[in-house]
Design a protein around this ligand. Structure first.
Ligand code: C2E
Ligand code: CA
Ligand code: CA
Length: 743
């Protein structure tokens, strides 16, 4: 059933009583409002009836009723609040029951209305409550009192009346009064919500308040009995006793309340403490997790770092060993031009590039695959379940493809490629470290085979690695034991055939393998970090040797020496000091020494090498760009570099024929070089035709097998002796006589 709320738009314009309703009881529905009116009117009727009855009594009695009622109302002003509950009780109950026993329900009803009015005035600001409470209190006690009166009369007529029975009846009356009052008051909110309260809900809160009613009634009963025996003096004596009792109760509850406050605040403090500790533990755990993350992840890309990767690898390695079905592939990735990106675009772009790379690789993997950054531009991938080369190869091809796509980083478009080395857990490995080493080796094979590709580690690679490692060990020993030597290839003035100097070339005559080409052992030395001692050896030997030859005859005092330096040398900041030391030690003049750097090394490290090169030039040392034409630098670009000669790569000379494109290119290089103030040296002149062509182009200097192969120092000695004896014209004969011995 639904009820229409009294508040509606139509009501705002309705009759006066409707408007009054809306103002006084906007939350009352029809039922609740009706109930309220019934109660208030009934209460008013009871009140009027009680008033007429009391006023009919003798004035002395009326005065007594007024006095006791006044005390009841006064007590209503000072309720005793019960600790740990929302309830309170007023001492007024005692005086209400006393009035009831002394003067009947009419007197009690009047006092109850007054006491309830004062109580509700204090606790509520709504007139609905201020009127309903006294009405209900008045009705309840009137009903209860009428029942008590009837019961006492009945007991008297039955002859069972006794003071004890009076007390019992008074207490039962108090229970009835309480239940009646509670039921009447509690009904209002239920009616408002249109609900029906259960008996439990109605009287569930009996507890303290009910007991105070009963207690009040029993005290009133005792007072009444004492009054009957000793007259009204009792009441005067009782008032302060009751006051003291209530004050004691009041302070008892106050104390209890204070204790409760202390207890709850201690409890709250303990809870706060526990909460704080819990939060602290959580924070500790979080920072521990953060530390763990930092320790095992690369801060730039967020990928696992080398130590974490090694843990993953060891874990998977152990699984694969104990369970043949859990094989996995290990890939090593290295970018082909990362150094160039870093050097030319700056480290910030390099970093962004690596982050983008990490993202691209991750996107290609399955959730349980592992990708880690091992350092620099080196990444590694672990992919479980790659039961066969096929899957690994497919994944590698996919990775190569996505990494080949241009990267857009910081406004730059970077096109690069990666080389990938792959190995499998299926290959019988003793330790995870061996797997890592072989994946690395396979990656270098991929790089060696032309980059931007993948390579699988297999038996031939294994043999190659073993050989490489052997060569490396032996080269180290040969270098330490002074078993390397230097050969000298003469450089000529092409127009006259005059020897202008030599290029120093390292030689390794192996006891078992014979002569090993520098093309083989120089890369090994570079990988093994042996380039520095090797360069130093060649530099000192060649400088000392040249100084000796220069001092042999006045005509040789301007002979020069060309020495090759590698990328590793250029990267060392002390190159200038080392070169200076070699010059000073040998007593050579700086201008007689030229350092040759390949065009590729120069371009790759230009930014970092420039200060070193400038300082070398300041020292007076010549600088030459070796293998010119194989790199990507333009002549115009080279013009700004502190180099004074260019050595045209022998591939150009070899392809050159009269009238060919190469010849035209060569001719323009020679002309441009001259114009820029760089001397041009032709390399690899093998035939008289090539020599003639270069002479015709105006190329001033050159070297090659046609004039002379690289010579041992003894042969150079003889060559110079011959020159002294026969003059420059004998050069060709002498060289050809000895050439066969050298090669
Ligand atoms: P490079 O600097 O270009 O040296 C010239 C190479 O060309 C030498 O090879 C030389 O023997 C060879 N050559 C000279 N004339 C002719 C010719 O007419 N025809 C042909 N086909 N070849 C000719 P070599 O001595 O085998 O050296 C190879 C490379 O090893 C050198 O190339 C250089 O890059 C490197 N190298 C040699 N010694 C050293 C060294 O002491 N330090 C460094 N860093 N690199 C060295
Ligand atoms: Ca050279
Ligand atoms: Ca060269």
């Amino acid at each position: 059933m639904t009820t229409t709320p009294l508040t509606s738009n139509a009501a705002a314009t309705g009759p006066w009583w409707r408007r009054l309703h809306d103002a006084l009881m906007p939350d009352y529905n029809c039922k609740a409002a009706t109930y309220w009116w019934v109660m208030v009117l009934l209460g008013a009727a009871v009140l009027l009836h009680a008033l007429s009855k009391v006023l009919a009594l003798p004035s002395g009695v009326v005065l007594q009723i007024g006095a006791i009622g006044g005390v009841a109302m006064l007590a209503g002003l000072f309720p005793v609040r019960i600790a740990r509950s929302k309830n309170s009780f007023a001492a007024g109950e005692i005086f209400l029951f006393l009035l009831l026993l002394l003067h009947g329900p009419a007197a009690a009803a009047l006092a109850a209305a007054g006491e309830a009015f004062i109580g509700s005035w204090r606790t509520s600001r709504r007139w609905t409550s201020r009127l309903a409470s006294p009405a209900m209190g008045c009705i309840a006690i009137f009903a209860a009192g009428s029942l008590l009166e009837a019961a006492i009369a009945a007991s008297r007529s039955l002859g069972v009346y006794s003071p004890g029975l009076l007390l019992l009846l008074a207490m039962l009356c108090a229970v009835f009064d309480f239940m009646c009052n509670t039921a009447l008051i509690t009904a209002v909110p239920y009616l408002k919500r249109n609900q029906r309260p259960t008996v439990r809900e109605l009287f569930g809160s009996f507890g303290w308040v009910g007991i105070t009613f009963v207690g009040g009634a029993s005290v009133a009963g005792l007072l009444f009995l004492a009054f009957q025996q000793s007259g009204s003096g009792v009441l005067i004596v009782a008032a302060p006793i009751i006051g003291m009792m209530l004050a004691t109760l009041h302070y008892f509850f106050r104390q209890q309340e204070a204790d409760e406050v202390v207890r709850t605040s201690a409890l709250e403090a303990a809870e706060r403490e526990a909460e704080l500790v819990a939060r602290h533990v959580l924070e500790l755990e979080a920072s521990e997790a953060k530390l763990q993350h930092i320790a095992f992840h690369d801060s730039l890309t967020g990928l696992p770092n080398r130590p974490r990767f090694q843990e993953h690898l060891t874990e998977m390695f152990d699984h694969a060993r104990s369970d043949a079905t859990r094989q996995f592939g290990l890939m090593f990735l290295d970018f082909d031009r990362f150094k160039l990106i870093n050097d030319s675009l700056g480290h910030a772009i390099g970093d962004d590039f690596l982050v983008a790379v990490a993202q691209r690789i991750s996107n290609q993997l399955r959730p349980h695959d592992v990708v880690a950054r091992l350092g620099g531009d080196e990444f590694a991938v672990l992919a479980e379940g790659l039961d066969g080369e096929h899957f690994a190869v497919v994944l590698a091809e996919r990775l190569l493809e996505v990494l080949r796509q241009p990267f857009h980083v910081g406004g730059h478009t970077i096109v690069t490629s990666a080389s990938i080395g792959i190995t499998f857990s299926g290959v019988q490995y003793a330790t995870p470290a061996e797997m890592l080493r072989d994946a690395d080796t396979a990656m270098y094979k991929a790089k060696g085979a032309g980059k931007a590709r993948y390579a699988l580690f297999d038996d031939t690679l294994h043999a190659e690695v073993a050989h490489q490692m052997r060569v490396e060990g032996e080269l180290r020993r040969a270098l330490a034991e002074g078993k390397l030597s230097v050969a000298y290839q003469p450089l000529f003035e092409l127009a006259t055939g005059r020897v202008t100097g030599f290029e120093a070339l390292a030689r390794w005559n192996h006891a078992e393998l014979g002569m090993i080409s520098p093309a083989t052992f120089i890369p090994v030395a570079e990988d093994a970090g042996l380039m520095l001692p090797l360069t130093d050896f060649v530099l000192r030997t060649a400088c000392g040797q040249l100084r000796e030859w220069q001092s042999r005859d006045a005509r040789f005092c301007d002979l020069s020496m060309h020495v090759n330096v590698s990328g590793a040398d250029i990267a060392q900041p002390n190159l200038v000091a080392r070169v200076n030391a070699a010059i000073v030690e040998s007593g050579l003049r700086a201008k007689h020494l030229t350092l040759e750097l390949t065009e590729n090394i120069l371009m790759a490290r230009l930014e970092s090498a420039l200060p070193t090169l400038t300082e070398l030039r300041r020292l007076g040392v010549g600088l030459s760009v070796d293998d010119f034409g194989t790199g990507y630098s333009s002549l115009r670009h080279l013009a700004t570099l502190p180099v004074n000669s260019l050595k045209i790569d022998r591939a150009f000379v070899a392809d050159m024929q009269r009238g060919s494109n190469e010849a035209a290119v060569l001719r323009s290089i020679v002309q441009l070089g001259e114009a820029l103030g760089k001397s041009i040296i032709a390399e690899g002149i093998e035939t008289p035709e090539q020599l003639k062509l270069l002479q015709d182009m105006g190329c001033k200097a050159g070297q090659g097998f046609h004039m002379s192969r690289p010579l041992s120092f003894e042969l150079v000695d003889k060559l110079l002796d011959g020159l002294i004896a026969c003059g420059p014209d004998a050069l060709a004969t002498i060289v050809s006589e000895h050439a066969a011995l050298v090669h």
